[in-house]
Design a binder for this molecule. Structure first.
Ligand code: SF4
Length: 938
């Protein structure tokens, strides 16, 4: 494999790199012209995807379009005091200012008065530079990452059982497994390319059994032979009951347990108490199904577990991971082809961050902060005398410490905590309280950006060099295809530049040995030890990291950038002298524990942190959408990516809506103990009664208004006692009517490049109104969709400003006003099509006119419906397109109803033949068509 480009000019030709979204780690080939990304295709030589990409990967070039790039941070900005507007600054000015403030704070309050909050989106080299800066140069372990919200329970699950944070299995095991046990993962949406492999494996071997454990009937669950729709948070009870069945049926592997494990007796004693009947009551599933799952798991020749946030984001996250791994140990389903536990990483480089020790609780290369020998090894490599011996503050604790004033300077890199952390009201208050917030970001308009005193523009995907590691321990090169915009710089380079400036300023007693001349000697010695070639660069940093792994379980001393260039992605460990990385681990039954034996983790089931009660009777669960990524700072500005799910929706069982007197499509109020928000409710039979489901992505831009900061306004900050991962998957909530008498729906086509500014201007006034949501919309012609609601009509100035932003002006503007009913309508028709509109007034009046929005988004001509544009009644039903007709196939723009119609007519449809991300939904539509042959059933 070679990264060579047919055209050597920068920003021109083809570049091999890696997708920047999920932990599948797909290889992509980027095509660039004139310094712009103009296309991507899957890399056929990359072992993780063999040329496949999902709907997110396929649409990566859209996120680099001129319109999307308009929101990029291009120059450093800073302000002297809160309340001031940031002004443009030079890199020297900004970094010197921050270095002086950090040095002064460290001198006055100690190294733990500063902190870094970084990201699983960073490359390994970036991560390494930040970790060295915090733990080696400053001497604080206060560096945590958004991987804490994502993978830390997987880390502690592995460490508690297998001894180190090393996933034993690999993607090839999917094809070799006889039973797939998928728990807490909607892989069909979250890891779609892996799910394509699961579909293909099932097609090749129909006898393969698939069990899915998930409270919701997800697209992944629909594909399973057995779906265990457990009540949220009850996984540990389920796993104990499965072990109970295995013991009862004689399905445990006594020989493996005796030869390779320790501590089985304690977990056996717990499992004995968990009969399938007892677990069925707690988990809310049938006892027979638990028995079947246990027999398939233990009785199959090879069982592979795939699991993700459903296990991790929990106050029992460590226990869930470790108990599931325990099932593999008890049955000897580990270390063989097709067998083993494989946690799926959410972010593209969560694994790389774990390797460099980029969590507050770990040291580099799977070392332990509390271990003196480990600290000495890193002190030697980093030439540091201040490696901390105690864990730093983990994500939730860190923001609590900022709020309390214990942490005074906070540096945030490549993440958006004002959107993604639980209990957002408290997080936003902490950001307000901080003495200094530095934000290193690619985008200037994230929810966190308004809190930044200093904004440092960072290079992003396709603009920087380095490596990432995916879920199966595979290291891939990431390459720059185009230059970053403006003065944006790679993250590692910002961290290293700051490190140099800080060292010049650190004063005794906090830095006695590291005065500047020693620093340069230190750098020279460091290079001697790691074979560096002088100066910092991604390769130099990676070589340092490589040296830190020598002799460790993840030893990569046999690898080099040159090998990755020449031979393509490689799995770790890959020690000196090896000719290939380890495909799977623990084949010899030896584990990285003092005894060499794997350990069972004997902990009983504990309920969720916030059980439902009479005041908050619904269990709110969260999850992912197919076409959006995390906090949406990248995907949330592309109108096309809203075709599948156009707006935030709270999914609830129809019976729960009816019980509350709520209708499908009605704006409702959701409240938890921490705050509330308004959102449109949607009847959804995939959600069990007593639960509600809201995707994790929607931040303040989409679920905003006076008191809402997005979905994490509702979530719980309680964390797992070992992994410190918060319980983002479950909160107790109540849902009721919105009780807002005034509603508004407005829309406007807009030039893609103008949408960002339009959205920003619309959102600037959101605290003046109870509910405001601004969403990019429209497939053929991009635009924005605005929804608002309030206790009464806002003042005329607000409406005038809105009309101005949407371009609702001019002599051809059609108007209707009914002051008595408070109903107003503005409609703009250009070239025979609706191009903008606004309907406001009472809820029922606005609901009746929603067809106008659908008409515009579909780009339908208005000739046939002109007389209804200002009329109170709708056009006849047959003319109205359904607003809930999602674009199921993004590649060919096919909606659910179009697919259903085509299938009913026996047409050969293109949908599913490109990226394949729509296949689970196309299958579901086909099943409905088959069971209702006479009816259109989209
Ligand atoms: Fe990117 Fe999709 Fe591959 Fe994940 S599955 S790495 S999002 S292309």
């Amino acid at each position: 494999m070679s990264s060579s480009s047919p055209d050597p000019r920068p920003g021109q030709g083809e570049t091999r790199t890696t997708c920047c979204y999920c932990g599948t780690g797909c290889g992509v080939i980027v095509r660039s012209e004139g310094g712009r990304v103009v296309g991507v295709r899957g890399d056929p030589d990359h072992p993780s995807n063999r040329g496949r990409l999902c709907s997110k990967g396929t649409t990566l070039p859209l996120t680099m379009s001129p319109g999307a790039m308009a929101a990029r941070a291009r120059h450093p900005e800073m302000r002297a005091a809160r309340g001031e507007i940031r002004r443009r600054a030079s890199w020297d000015e900004a970094l010197d200012f921050v270095a002086a403030r950090f040095a002064d704070t460290i001198a006055r309050h100690g190294p733990d008065s500063v902190a870094f909050y970084v990201s699983g989106q960073l490359l390994t080299e970036d991560y390494y530079a930040f970790n060295r800066l915090a733990k080696g140069t400053i001497g604080t372990a206060n560096i945590d990452t958004n991987s804490r919200l994502c993978m830390s329970s997987a880390v502690s699950g592995y460490v508690k059982t297998l001894g180190v944070d090393a996933p034993p299995a690999c993607y090839d095991d999917i094809e070799q497994a006889d039973c797939l046990f998928i728990a807490g993962s909607n892989a069909a949406f979250a890891h779609p390319v892996l799910f394509r492999r699961i579909e293909a494996a099932r097609q090749a071997r129909p006898e393969m059994k698939i069990v899915v454990v998930d409270p919701r009937r997800t697209e992944t669950a629909c594909f399973a032979d057995l779906h265990l729709a457990i009540l949220p948070g009850t996984d540990v009870a389920l796993f104990h009951a499965m072990l109970h069945v295995m013991l009862w049926d004689g399905l445990v592997d006594e020989a493996y347990i005796a030869a390779h494990t320790e501590g089985f007796e304690a977990i056996r004693d717990i499992a004995r108490e968990w009969s399938p009947k007892a677990a069925a009551e707690v988990c809310g599933v049938r006892a027979d199904d638990i028995v079947t799952a246990a027999r398939w798991f233990a009785g199959s020749k090879a069982t592979l577990s795939l699991y993700c946030q459903g296990l991790n984001q929990s106050t029992s996250g460590t226990a869930k991971n470790a108990t599931l791994i325990g099932l593999h140990l008890a049955t000897g389903q580990i270390g063989r082809p097709g067998a083993g536990p494989l946690s799926l990483t959410g972010q593209p480089n969560a694994m790389g961050g774990r390797e460099v020790g980029g969590l507050a609780t770990t040291l580099a290369a799977h070392r332990d902060l509390a271990n003196e020998e480990h600290r000495a090894e890193m002190a030697f490599l980093w030439n540091s005398d201040r490696i901390p011996s105690k864990p730093g503050l983990t994500a939730v604790e860190l923001f609590e410490a900022v709020a309390a004033g214990r942490v005074k300077c906070l540096w945030i890199a490549c993440t958006n905590p004002a959107q993604s952390l639980p209990n957002l009201p408290a997080v936003r208050a902490a950001l307000e309280a901080a003495e200094l917030v530095v934000l290193q970001e690619a985008y200037a308009d994230t929810e966190t950006a308004p809190f930044a005193d200093v904004l440092l523009p960072a290079a992003s995907w396709a603009e920087k060099e380095g490596t990432v590691t995916n879920s199966e321990r595979r290291i891939s090169r990431v390459r720059a295809a185009v230059p970053p915009p403006g003065e944006a710089r790679p993250d590692w380079s910002i961290a290293c530049d700051f490190e140099r400036r800080l060292l010049h300023r650190l004063t005794p007693p906090h830095s006695p040995p590291l005065v500047p001349h020693v620093l340069f000697a230190a750098l020279a010695r460091r290079e001697e030890r790691v074979g560096g070639s002088g100066g910092e660069s991604p390769q130099h940093l990676w070589n340092e990291h490589r040296e830190s792994t020598r002799g460790r379980d993840l030893d990569i001393t046999g690898l080099s950038y040159e090998m990755l260039e020449r031979d393509g992605p490689q799995q770790w460990p890959f020690p000196t002298g090896a000719t290939a990385g380890a495909v799977r681990l623990y084949a010899d039954g030896r584990f990285h524990t003092p005894s060499g034996r794997a350990r069972f983790f004997a902990e009983n089931y504990k309920p969720v942190a916030e059980p439902v009660d009479a005041r908050y009777p619904l269990r709110l669960i969260t999850g992912r959408l197919r076409d959006q990524w995390h906090g949406m700072s990248r995907t949330g500005r592309i109108a096309t990516l809203f075709g599948h799910v156009p707006e935030p929706r709270l999914a609830m069982n129809a019976s729960d809506l009816a019980r509350r007197g709520l209708a499908d499509g009605e704006l409702v109020r959701v409240e938890s103990r921490r705050g509330g928000l308004y959102v449109i409710a949607q009847a959804d039979e995939s959600v069990r009664s007593g639960q509600a489901y809201l995707p994790m992505h929607w931040g303040k831009r989409f679920l905003g208004g006076r008191s809402s900061a997005g979905v994490n306004t509702l979530t719980v900050p309680a964390t797992d006692p070992i992994s410190r991962q918060p319980e983002l998957k479950h909160a107790a909530v109540r849902v009721g009517p919105a009780n807002l008498s005034w509603r508004l729906v407005a829309f406007a086509e807009a030039d893609e490049a103008a949408i960002g500014a339009m959205v920003a201007a619309l959102l600037a006034a959101q605290d003046e109104i109870a509910f405001l949501s601004v969403v990019p919309a429209g497939r053929e012609r991009p635009g924005v969709l605005v929804r608002a609601a309030n206790e009464g009509a806002p003042d005329a100035a607000w409406m005038t400003a809105l009309d101005g932003l949407l371009g609702l002006a001019g002599s051809d503007l059609l108007r209707y006003d009914d002051p008595r009913r408070g109903h107003a309508r503005r409609v703009l028709v250009r070239d025979g099509r609706l191009t903008a509109g606004r309907i406001s007034g009472a809820a029922e009046v606005v609901a009746d006119a929603e067809w106008l929005r659908d008409w515009m988004l579909a780009g339908e001509p208005v000739a046939d419906v002109r007389r209804f544009l200002l009329a109170p009644q709708r056009p006849p039903d047959k003319r109205v397109r359904s607003g809930s007709d999602p674009v199921v196939c993004n590649c060919f723009g096919m909606t659910a109803s179009r697919i259903a119609e085509g299938l009913a007519r026996g047409e050969k449809l293109e949908c599913g033949t490109n990226c394949g991300s729509c296949l689970p939904e196309v299958r579901a539509i086909a099943e409905r068509v088959a069971s209702n042959p006479g009816k259109m059933v989209a």
